[in-house]
Design a protein around this ligand. Structure first.
Ligand code: NAG
Ligand code: NAG
Ligand code: NAG
Length: 457
């Protein structure tokens, strides 16, 4: 009996191993390429086992006397529905598959006979239940990672401040973050408010020069258009048409995108590996991922200088808060804003990370260098999933020694350019020195004003 149990155990173990090597069948093989529509779990895979797991050992301050005195967390909203525009495109693609696809694969039949188009236009980008959970779980993990900062005492004492974009998905994300904490500590006798601040969290709408030169200017993204008309994308469209058994000209680049989005949304929202994912192999996914990164690069990243400069207002807000905390601490006072939680968008975080110099490759992303950018660091699938978060932790290490630790998605990162000098957490003073030019300039009003018409000068 014992031997039988033993062998059963061995067999089960081999089976588990096999499943692990082959990947989890519930997770699409292409789930790591979903850009800003990816699950947070894909950038921290250990969370699929335990969504509340944290690794506190990553936070080893340079000396035992270091104490956290301030934490700023800039967080993207959680998982959301597609926008109305996306949903209309999905409906178009779905009709073609229903009426024109001739392939006989079982996944195709599944789309045609079982899958229902359940997305409706009024869902328009709203937070889904998974998005509520994203923020609740993040709040609980951060309270475990920073127990002296995100604590019941500090929350009750009004030392944790919440600032959000006015978009419903952001407000709901803020409420969800708060609910994560109040449920954790079973707080029923208090409610916590939040400030809506679009000047800070949606600066991209308010920066006139950015709106005119990039957001509303089709020529700002010509590289994206060229790539979408280029050979890599054409090949992906043809492969999709082949798999569906429809003429090549029926599958446009927009439809390829829609099918990819359907796979991504079904997975992020419902946690299912849907038949839509069978339209792509990993090579196809990488091409579509690059097309999206290209767009982010030219609209939010290094493509145009104004993209990052539009975040100057958030940059200064951040450093003035750090300064205030540093000053209060120096005077031996309690830091009045111990924790700041700011909820915004991918469009809030990407320009700020760019301004700070993160994820800069040696060459620009263009329509013709997909091949040489396979190992690029500007990869939104890794940087900006739902609930992506950028944290700055200010430490007092004794003797007036302040240090600043940046983190992205709960992992340590280094300020680009400061890595050589500092094996440990950089001195706050060195960080300020490093960003000296931005601290003395980077004025939102100046950067964002439209150039005057030369005839008026
Ligand atoms: C936690 O982080 C440390 C330091 O980075 C690492 O060595 C360790 O493997 C991590 N532990 C887990 C369980 O991930
Ligand atoms: C797709 O199917 C519809 C409905 O049957 C038909 O009207 C249309 O001509 C078809 N398109 C192509 C390109 O075959
Ligand atoms: C988001 O907030 C609105 C308004 O408070 C509420 O009606 C809606 O149910 C919330 N959605 C989620 C997913 O929590």
């Amino acid at each position: 009996m014992l031997t039988f149990t033993f062998y059963l155990f061995i067999i089960l173990c081999c089976f588990c191993n096999y499943v692990m090597l082959e990947g989890d069948p519930g997770i699409p093989a292409i789930a790591r390429y979903f850009n800003t529509k990816g699950r947070y779990e894909e950038v921290n895979p250990f969370l699929t086992e335990n969504i509340l797991a944290v690794n506190r050992s990553i936070l080893q301050p340079s000396s035992a006397q270091c104490q956290q005195i301030h934490l700023t967390a800039i967080i993207r909203h959680g998982t959301r529905y597609p926008t109305t525009k996306n949903i209309k495109e999905m409906q178009k693609l779905y009709k073609i598959i229903l009426h024109n696809a001739t392939g006989e694969q079982s996944w195709l039949q599944e789309i045609q006979t079982q899958w229902k188009m359940w997305y409706t236009e009024e869902m328009d980008g709203r937070l889904v239940q998974k998005g509520v959970d994203d923020l609740k779980h993040l709040a609980i993990r951060l309270s475990k990672l920073f127990p002296s900062m995100i604590s019941e005492e500090k929350l009750r004492g009004g030392l944790i401040k919440f600032i959000t974009s006015s978009k419903h998905r952001c407000i709901n994300s803020t409420l969800s973050f708060q609910a994560g904490l109040t449920e954790l500590w079973n707080i029923k006798d208090m409610e916590f408010d939040h400030a809506v601040n679009d000047a800070l969290m949606r600066f991209f709408d308010q920066c006139a020069r950015f709106v005119q030169e990039v957001e509303k200017n089709p020529s700002a993204v010509t590289e994206v258009d060229k790539f979408k008309q280029g050979p890599e994308m054409k090949r992906v469209q043809q492969k999709i048409a082949d798999r569906l058994g429809v003429p090549y000209n029926l599958i446009t680049d927009v439809m390829a995108d829609s099918a990819f989005n359907l796979c991504a949304y079904e997975f992020a929202i419902k946690a299912v590996n849907s038949p839509w994912c069978q339209l792509f192999d990993e090579d196809d996914a990488k091409v579509i991922e690059y097309a999206s990164d290209l767009r982010e690069f030219w609209k939010r990243g290094y493509g145009h200088d104004i993209n990052s400069k539009s975040s100057c207002i958030l940059f200064h807000d951040l450093f003035s808060r750090l300064n205030k905390a540093a000053t209060e601490n120096k005077l031996g006072q309690q830091v009045t804003e111990a924790v700041t939680v700011q909820i915004g968008h991918a469009d809030t975080l990407l320009p700020l990370l760019t301004l700070l110099g993160f994820f800069k490759d040696s060459d620009a992303l263009t329509s013709t260098n997909y091949g040489t950018h396979r190992q690029r660091s500007f990869r939104t699938s890794n940087i900006m999933p739902y609930a992506a978060n950028f944290l700055l932790v200010l430490y007092d290490c004794g003797g007036g020694d302040l240090r600043l630790q940046p983190m992205l998605n709960e992992k340590l990162v280094n300020f680009p350019g400061l890595t050589d000098q500092q094996a440990s957490i950089p001195l706050y003073q060195d960080v300020r020195e490093h960003y000296r030019d931005l601290l003395h300039g980077c004025d939102f009003e100046t950067e964002c004003q439209l150039f005057k018409n030369p005839t008026e000068v």
